[in-house]
Design a protein around this ligand. Structure first.
Ligand code: NAD
Length: 243
């Protein structure tokens, strides 16, 4: 018996890194998983897995989300789990960030999860059950110089709290994960500087970087019925880096 038997789960950004690992784990635990991503080529590979359906979605588009949520609900009969994981990152100094940079970052990382909740939570509310897991970042908790990226992840933190209070009475739970530095394509550049890598590991009490499964395991718990009394909660998964 799996921990997500008979559940329908949407994972955005499911074609790479943390999202891809969640897709694998959730499907192994019995869920039907919709891996939603803007990268169609990468989606093809993920869709080969058992119980996984790849669907194109641009999380920054309100129209895309509306059509996507309806299609998933029509096709699978329900939506039990939404993981708002898709995101982009950038580390630019203040003076180089212009309005276009800001809007792109906030559209994907901020509006994306907001629109996901806006279009998916009503289907969950109609069945009076559902779990939404939002992926923020440790940079929303401590200053780390990722200026507009941190701001976008702070937006995720705040909108999660607001959604937990808005949808709780309708049976929908909303929780947030705050990953530290996780080894994925997003952080590939780190491996080019052994010195920086060494310093980051040194500054981490558990003495290693995170792996996608560190986040996927926590998302699984929050997505499953094992966490049925948990909403509005925040879990930092960073090996103690921000402690
Ligand atoms: P990744 O780059 O490996 O994967 C991100 C996925 O999001 C990709 O498949 C990409 O195609 C997809 N995506 C990007 N823009 C999209 C859009 N507009 N619509 C739909 N899909 C889109 O990155 P990752 O490291 O797996 O990151 C996953 C999440 O975890 C992100 O929200 C990221 O900010 C967050 N996070 C990552 C780290 C880390 O160290 N890797 C740390 C903290 C938070």
């Amino acid at each position: 018996m799996g921990r997500l038997d008979n559940k329908v789960a949407i994972i955005t950004g499911g074609a790479s890194g943390i999202g891809e690992r969640m897709v694998e784990l959730f499907s192994q635990e019995g869920a039907t998983v919709i891996a939603a991503d803007i990268n169609e080529a990468a989606l093809e590979k993920v869709s080969e897995k058992e119980n996984v359906v790849g669907m194109k979605l641009n999380v920054a588009s309100d129209e895309d989300w509306k059509a996507f949520a309806k299609e998933v609900n029509d096709r699978f009969g329900e939506i039990d789990i939404l993981v708002n994981n898709a995101g982009i990152s950038s580390e630019k100094p203040y003076e180089e960030i212009d309005l276009d940079d800001w809007q792109k970052m906030l559209s994907i990382n901020g509006f994306g999860p907001f629109a996901g909740i806006k279009h998916v939570a009503p289907y969950m509310a109609a069945q009076h059950k559902g779990s939404i897991v939002n992926i923020s970042s440790y940079t929303a908790q401590i200053g780390q110089g990722f200026n507009h990226y941190s701001a976008s992840k702070g937006a995720v933190r705040a909108l999660s709290k607001a959604a937990a209070t808005t949808f709780g009475r309708q049976g929908v739970r909303v929780n947030t994960l705050f990953p530290g530095i996780i080894e994925t394509p997003m952080t590939d550049a780190l491996s080019t500087s052994k010195e920086l890598l060494g310093r980051l590991i040194q500054a981490t009490p558990l003495q290693r970087l995170g792996k996608p499964e560190d986040i996927a395991n926590a998302a699984l718990f929050l997505a499953s019925d094992e966490s049925s009394y948990i909403t509005g909660s925040e879990l930092v998964i960073d090996g103690g880096f921000s402690a």
